[in-house]
Ligand binder design. Structure first.
Ligand code: SF4
Ligand code: SF4
Length: 498
């Protein structure tokens, strides 16, 4: 194609000529796999009418810390609008003209759905590479649970391949000074959040239902559209930010490191984690909790650029003292995982005993049903009714239902912005069948294999967690824990609505 006629302009001409269907051939997007299924979302499969008609696209502010678009690659297909409106219920749910800012919860689902690769995460690869090359810096990295069951896809492995030790080995080969496990801080989150939930259940009933807070896309959605529920959000930071705060305090002290010399990087399945890392609230004593965030896709680019193949790199183990995790911490990556992990430890906190086997294999909160309901009998606390919701469109329907009824029948509600939870995050590999349930289910199955094979299944059993409380925080919800591990929220409703 000549330089004078870009791909996008060419498709405009085609569309203007009424040649609907021609776009599939031009873009090469359809029929890529032998069974006719590729990475185009289901509604475009097998109909032979991939729409070239110009549908517009989502607006992306230049200041968006999570996503950006290369306009020359955009074919104006409108799929980003479909994802934003029909999966995430953001686009179309605020008045136009825009009031103060372009509404975006930074989820990156538009990037997952964009067939031409025009929308991508806003990359931080150069900054991470520069930090690794700077010998005056102590560069640490953490890896989220969902990356361990998806990174392999970028290196030709099947969805659901578990690459725990391979990922650690690859990060050490890149030159990181220490590799920590976000599953460790998922266990820390559970210690704080289960304590907070038990407190709310017994003494702060106006903060029930308890709404989870580890998904930054959901948190921003609540701040935009349901600010009246912000006091129901858990005040716990996410595992990413908790670990960042612990690295620059407890870890730095124990290893005689100056916090200002530490560069804290995280590998996340999520583009909204870049937004979370940039939030003003995610800072303690002038130190940012997280300095740089790479998505799973960006890590694959960096590894390939430096000639590191995940298939052949030697295995390695996470570094102490922030590297041990239990099965509970590992299931955070799947929808329902936070709930299951929290109930295991809440049960222990109330009864003094570990939960029965049924709560260690709690099927009602697992799987891809839009809204899952479950009830946990906790002796001393009664029956706790729970809902688990993933996909923000489902969240909108659930919350509008609660508003209409004037009360919630659930005491605990887990929200994850992306379909399937973090395993379906907007920063995950697109190299296989990212937008389809089969890949999500394989990643989820791998996460639960990790849980069942873990030597410890409950967060309170993690010996490194026990040590951080003994040596640094004292106890969950202590003043020190509040300072480093909890946060506040920002009402964003007025930025969109009069
Ligand atoms: S999905 Fe991608 S190619 Fe399609 S309109 Fe949106 S940005 Fe453009
Ligand atoms: S990142 Fe999410 S909220 Fe923002 S435009 Fe894309 S789909 Fe919409």
């Amino acid at each position: 194609m000549s330089n004078n006629l870009s791909r996008r302009k060419f498709l405009k001409v085609v569309a203007g000529s009424g040649l609907v269907g021609f776009g599939a051939m031009v873009t090469g997007c359809k029929g890529d796999s032998p069974d006719g299924r590729g990475w185009i979302p289901d509604q475009y499969q097998g109909k032979g009418d991939f729409p070239v008609n110009l549908k517009g696209r989502v607006a992306i502010a230049a200041s968006n810390p999570s996503i950006e678009r290369d306009d020359e690659k955009c074919i104006l297909c409108g799929q980003c609008i479909e994802a934003c409106q029909n999966v995430m219920a953001v686009y179309g749910n605020y008045p136009l003209p825009l009031k103060m800012e372009v509404a975006c919860v930074n989820c990156g689902q538009c990037a997952m759905w964009c067939p031409s690769g025009a929308i991508t995460e806003k990359r931080s690869i150069r900054e991470v590479a520069a930090a690794l090359d700077d010998e005056s810096k102590f560069v640490v990295v953490q890896t989220a649970p969902a990356t361990k069951v998806s990174l392999g896809e970028e290196f030709g492995m099947e969805p659901g391949s578990i690459v725990n030790e391979k990922q650690v080995g690859a990060l050490k080969a890149l030159g990181f000074d220490a590799v920590f496990d976000t599953c460790f801080s998922a266990d820390l989150t559970i210690m704080e959040e289960a304590s907070e939930f038990v407190h709310r259940l017994t003494s702060a009933k106006d903060e029930i239902p308890h709404l989870t807070s580890c998904c930054p896309g959901w948190v921003k959605y609540c701040e935009y559209f349901y600010p009246e529920l912000m006091h129901n959000l858990s005040t716990c930071k996410s595992p990413q930010s908790m670990l960042g705060a612990v690295i620059k305090s407890y870890y730095a002290q124990k290893n005689n490191l100056k916090p200002e010399n530490i560069v804290s990087v995280s590998i996340m399945p999520c583009t909204a984690k870049k937004f979370e890392a940039a939030r003003g609230e995610m800072e303690v004593d002038g130190q940012r909790d997280t300095d740089l965030v790479l998505t799973t896709r960006e890590l694959a680019v960096l590894l390939k650029h430096r000639g590191i193949d995940l298939n052949t790199v030697p295995d390695a183990q996470y570094d102490s003292i922030l590297g041990e995790s239990t099965g509970a911490g590992r299931i955070f990556g799947a929808t329902g995982g936070v709930t299951e992990a929290a109930v295991r430890t809440a049960y222990f906190m109330v009864t003094g005993s570990n939960p029965p086997a049924a709560l260690l294999n709690w099927q009602p909160v697992r799987g891809l049903t839009a809204v899952k309901e479950a009830a946990a009998d906790i002796p001393g606390a009664g029956t706790v009714n729970i809902a688990v919701c993933h996909g923000l469109k489902n969240a909108r329907e659930l919350l509008d239902g609660i508003k209409k009824q004037g009360s919630s029948k659930w005491q605990f509600i887990e929200f994850m912005a992306c379909p399937g939870g973090c395993i379906g995050g907007g920063g995950q590999p697109k190299s296989t069948v990212a937008a389809q349930p089969e890949a999500r289910l394989k990643r989820i199955a791998a996460i639960y294999r990790e849980d069942v094979n873990a030597p410890k299944r409950c967060s309170h059993e993690n010996s490194e967690i026990q040590a951080v409380y003994k040596e640094f925080f004292g106890s969950p919800l202590s003043k020190k824990a509040e300072k480093y591990l909890h946060t506040t929220y920002t009402n964003r409703h007025d930025r969109l609505f009069d």
